[in-house]
Every structure is written in structure tokens, then in C-alpha cells.
Write a protein that binds this ligand. Structure first.
Ligand SMILES: CSCC[C@H](NC=O)C(=O)O
Ligand SMILES: [Zn+2]
Ligand SMILES: [Zn+2]
Length: 424
């Protein structure tokens, strides 16, 4: 553990990064890049800025290993954060205030500026201790995760630079744990963003008639609601974890004929639509959900159509679910567990991440990727008001990463997993 004097500069660096406003829709990526490059310089890490898309820098840092022919370790984090409703926070979201409990309040304190800087602080400690990696360790700081990662991790994972890095394992973000057990993720649910549209005959607001757009949409919403409740019941009964069911949440409703004072009240509209954020586990039966959408939620027989704003397949191009092996065939799990426990932490069983992260772009390429953010005894506040992380948990997380990076970068045993991968 740190004494207060040695911890102070570590916490100030965390606060510095948190104070850079990288919230969408106008993230200050260059200020974040400059800060990260200055950190890299103070650690004597090789640094490069990849601008695969203009205005969206990726910072790539390298700590060369003694055996560069072994597959490398990639520590990934995103630099962007989601917006915050400033007036609903007790402390301003970009002040990174440290309160008397030691809690640091800021947007990004959990998601995931903590992780990005913890990687760097762990390397600082390892370097100070004289440790030299056998495998090369890379750090990537990518933009745009919160808006889908298309101009960030997706382009990076498909770049020539990435291919030359010969990455063997990726660490990316996980979730806080309200208890003392750290969480780790081997897969994630796939986002399907669905808009369903109903049409129907317009008419007088006083008339009862069949096949109105509103009535047609309502029937669908009822059907979605029943499905949602059934999935949620499995979670409530403890039969399934959050990441193992299909979640569906209605996120918008749009209908009505606008008037200067609101909406026309005596006209039944001829169109109505609703939007749903659906998350599908990699093990789900994708075809049956597709049928349910076409036949029950947006049937043509009810004058309905549908459109996906986003639809990530649960399968890779070989038709297999996209996930990282979490059994003995993947040595990186045992190493992770051992390293966490060596640093006096406990790791829970591998889980499916309920939302999406950049890890999917690495898994899609056939690489193992583990989602892990070392925050124990912490309420899950990502994307919420008053997002915070306690400084002692932050410091403990650095020790955890120190142990993980040491174990990963020292791992030389030859395994089947590291045979040349199938051509992609
Ligand atoms: C489909 S891209 C959106 C990614 C976003 N990631 C974190 O919250 C999410 O909504 O899961
Ligand atoms: Zn995140
Ligand atoms: Zn997020």
C-alpha cells in the first residue's frame, strides 16, 4: 500500500486525465493525446500517434520485450467518455474532485480513464523495480468507443500496424464490482438497435376503427413487453446472469401530428414508431430472435416494417459465437487469476459483459480478449450521475495490474493457442 506522500502524484495524474473533457459529441482528443504522450515520455515508452481517421488520434505505446518473436500483450482503453448532465451531479463531472472519503468524482472515473492510467502507473512501478518484460507490451488509447468504435478500435484492429504488432492477448474494460470480488468478461452481448414502424388509416379522434397505426404499434409494444418480462424474470429468479439473457428496452416513441400548442388531439396519426435497444448474448439463437421480430414485433400483416440502426452478429464468419475461451485451453485466464490473487485480490467466474466494448473488434479477429477493470467494493456507476472511484481502490487496481503485466509479459510457455492462427 501507498503512503499518502507517494500516492499524491498518482492521484493528481488521474485527476489531470479526468479533467480533460473528452465527452461526446465534441471530445477534446488532442488534449488527451498530449497528456498521454507526456506520460509515455516520462516512462521512456516508444510512442506513436495513429490518425487512421482525421481528428481521431489513437495513441500507441510500446514497451519492447526481450523476446520480440513471442506474441505481444495489448492493454487497450478508450479515451472518450459519455456526456454528463452537469446540474444533476453533486460535484462537477470534469473537476475530478477528491472528497473527504477519498472518492474521486468524474465522468470517466470508472469508464474508463481509470484503467488507461492504471496501466501506465503499473508500468511505472514495474520499471522502477527493474522488471524487464519478455513479451512486448503495447498500450492503445483509442477514441470513439462510446459511439461504436468504428473510427477507433475497429479501424485499429484492422490496420497494418496492428497486424505487425503480433498481438497474442488483449485486455480491455470490465465493470466495477459492488463486493470484494473482481469481475472478468470473456464475451459480450451484441447490440441490435431496432426501429419498428406502424402505418394505418388516419381518422377522427372520436372514431373507433380497426388497423390504426397507434393500435398496430401498441400490439407490438405489448409483445415486446411480455418478452422483456420473461427474460428479466430469469435474471430475477437467479437462473441467468444479466449478460445471459436478451435485454430489450424501449428507448423512444414517435407519433402524433404536431400543433403550435403540442399535438393535434382529435386526429389519429397515420404513422407511429418505436425504438428498442436490444442486447443479444453470443450464445443466443439469433435466427429465432430474427423471426420473432419479423413475425411478432413488426409483422407485415399488421402494416408494420422494421429497420436496424445497428445489428452486430453474434457469430464470426465461421458461424461460431464470438467469445474468448475461458477454460484450460486459454492460459491467460489462469495467469490472470494467479496474478490477481498474488496481489491479494479475488477474481470471480468469467462473465458475459452486458453492453458492448471495443473488445469485440479484437475477438472478431480471432484474438483472445478479456474485459477487466479492477474496481472492487464500488457501485456500478458507468454512464450514471456522480460516477466516482475511491482513490484506495484506484491504487489497489494499480497493484493488481502490476501483478498481471508482470505475469503476462513473463509468460513463455509454449501452448497450442499460440500456434500460428488461421488466416483471417
Ligand atoms: C453499439 S456501440 C455502443 C457501445 C456502448 N459501449 C458502452 O457503453 C454500448 O452502448 O454498449
Ligand atoms: Zn467504456
Ligand atoms: Zn461507456
Amino acid at each position: 500500500a501507498e503512503d499518502d506522500a507517494s500516492a499524491a502524484p498518482i492521484i493528481s495524474r488521474f485527476q489531470h486525465y479526468l479533467r480533460i473533457n473528452t465527452a461526446h459529441p465534441d471530445p477534446d482528443y488532442y488534449q488527451a493525446a498530449n497528456f498521454l504522450l507526456s506520460q509515455a515520455q516520462s516512462l521512456s515508452l516508444h510512442a506513436q500517434t495513429l490518425e487512421l481517421v482525421k481528428g481521431k488520434p489513437i495513441i500507441l505505446l510500446k514497451w519492447p520485450g526481450k523476446n520480440p518473436s513471442l506474441p505481444s500483450i495489448l492493454l487497450n482503453s478508450h479515451t472518450d467518455v459519455v456526456p454528463a448532465e452537469h446540474h444533476k451531479w453533486t460535484h462537477p463531472p470534469f473537476e475530478a474532485l477528491l472528497d473527504s472519503n477519498g472518492d474521486v468524482y468524474a465522468r470517466g472515473s470508472q469508464d474508463m480513464k481509470c484503467v488507461g492510467l492504471q496501466y501506465l502507473e503499473a508500468i511505472r512501478k514495474l520499471k522502477a523495480s527493474g522488471f524487464q518484460p519478455i513479451r512486448t507490451v503495447y498500450l492503445s488509447f483509442v477514441p470513439d468507443e462510446e459511439i461504436g468504435g468504428h473510427d477507433g478500435a475497429e479501424k485499429f484492429a484492422n490496420s497494418d500496424t496492428f497486424a505487425q504488432m503480433n498481438v497474442g492477448i488483449v485486455l480491455d474494460e470490465g465493470l466495477a464490482s459492488p463486493n470484494e470480488i473482481y469481475r472478468a468478461f470473456y464475451a459480450e452481448r451484441c447490440p441490435w438497435w431496432l426501429v419498428i414502424k406502424a402505418t394505418g388509416a388516419p381518422g377522427h379522434g372520436a372514431k373507433l376503427y380497426d388497423n390504426t397505426a397507434m393500435e398496430n404499434l401498441f400490439k407490438s409494444i405489448e409483445s415486446v413487453r411480455r418478452f422483456r418480462a420473461a427474460q428479466f424474470d430469469l435474471v430475477k429468479a437467479g437462473l441467468k446472469a444479466e449478460g445471459e439473457v436478451v435485454s430489450v428496452n424501449m428507448v423512444f416513441l414517435k407519433a402524433g401530428t404536431p400543433s403550435p400548442t403540442g399535438f393535434v388531439m382529435n386526429l389519429q396519426p397515420s404513422e407511429a414508431q418505436a425504438g428498442f435497444d436490444i442486447r443479444v448474448p453470443p450464445t443466443a439463437d439469433q435466427a429465432s430472435l430474427e423471426r420473432r421480430i419479423a413475425e411478432e414485433w413488426a409483422p407485415t400483416s399488421r402494416n408494420m416494417t422494421f429497420e436496424f440502426k445497428q445489428k452486430v452478429s453474434v457469430h464470426d464468419k465461421f458461424g461460431k459465437p464470438i467469445l474468448t475461451a475461458s477454460d484450460n485451453s486459454n492460459p491467460w485466464w489462469a495467469l490472470l487469476e494467479g496474478a490477481v490473487s498474488k496481489a491479494n485480490g479475488k477474481l470471480g467466474n468469467p462473465e458475459i459483459f452486458p453492453a458492448s466494448t471495443d473488445a469485440r473488434y479484437f475477438r472478431e479477429r480471432g484474438l483472445p480478449a478479456i474485459g477487466f477493470s479492477p474496481m472492487a467494493n464500488t457501485p456500478i456507476l458507468l454512464h450514471d450521475h456522480n460516477e466516482f472511484l475511491n482513490k484506495d481502490e484506484y491504487l489497489k487496481g494499480i497493484d493488481i495490474y502490476e501483478s498481471i503485466i508482470e505475469a503476462y509479459a513473463s509468460f513463455v510457455e509454449h501452448t497450442r493457442n499460440e500456434a500460428p492462427r488461421e488466416e483471417l
